[in-house]
Design a protein around this ligand. Structure first.
Ligand SMILES: Nc1ncnc2c1ncn2[C@@H]1O[C@H](COP(=O)(O)OS(=O)(=O)O)[C@@H](OP(=O)(O)O)[C@H]1O
Ligand SMILES: Nc1ncnc2c1ncn2[C@@H]1O[C@H](COP(=O)(O)OP(=O)(O)O)[C@@H](O)[C@H]1O
Length: 151
């Protein structure tokens, strides 16, 4: 049988009040069953030029040809749309990571292997994204400065 939350959950979030959480009978379990995989977030962090986009695309390609559904969230690309209003000052980078963390969580909930590729320089911002998901569903990959240095 499909799982349905028994009681409606009310909460006060941000500027809105009495927000009701609507549950659907088709949830993560059902979506994952259909796709034959578990959704997760693979978060690639590292300096500019360290190879984040290259690794993200290579991973997506390899998983795709093995029959897995993936989606790449690339920092550069997202700054053309979702995050076009954000600069590179610290607080905007934090908001950038917060938004992408939330979007990545939705992709994982949809059953997709979501590969996020952003500089994400602050550990506390990455930790906040990790906290949105169970531990086993957030995999952090740090591209080393030392592999970039020789280049
Ligand atoms: N200070 C500054 N000024 C102008 N442009 C910059 C700056 N820092 C980063 N970049 C460019 O933005 C890309 C990284 O964006 P991110 O969203 O990944 O950055 S962050 O996670 O919010 O720190 C980054 O792409 P990558 O080189 O692929 O990392 C750059 O193209
Ligand atoms: N492992 C690697 N060895 C050599 N060059 C690489 C490697 N990974 C990426 N590159 C090259 O380094 C440059 C930056 O890679 P990119 O993936 O755009 O980095 P980032 O997304 O972190 O800015 C590109 O020209 C890419 O072809």
């Amino acid at each position: 049988p499909l799982s349905v939350r028994e009681k409606p959950v009310m909460s006060n979030i941000g500027k809105s009040t009495n927000i009701l959480w609507h549950d659907c009978p088709i949830g993560q379990t059902e979506r994952q069953k259909l796709l034959g995989q578990k959704g997760c977030v693979i978060w690639i962090t590292g300096l500019s030029g360290s190879g984040k986009s290259t690794v993200a695309c290579a991973l997506s390609r390899e998983l795709h040809y093995r029959g897995h559904h993936t989606y790449v969230l690339d920092g550069d690309n997202l700054r053309h749309g979702l995050n076009r209003d954000l600069s590179f000052k610290a607080e905007d980078r934090t908001e950038n990571i917060r938004r992408v963390g939330e979007v990545a969580k939705l992709f994982a909930d949809a059953g997709t292997i979501c590969i996020a590729s952003l500089i994400s320089p602050y550990r506390r911002d990455r930790d906040a994204c990790r906290a949105l998901l169970p531990d086993s569903r957030f995999i952090e990959v740090c591209l080393s400065y030392y592999s970039l240095k020789p280049r």
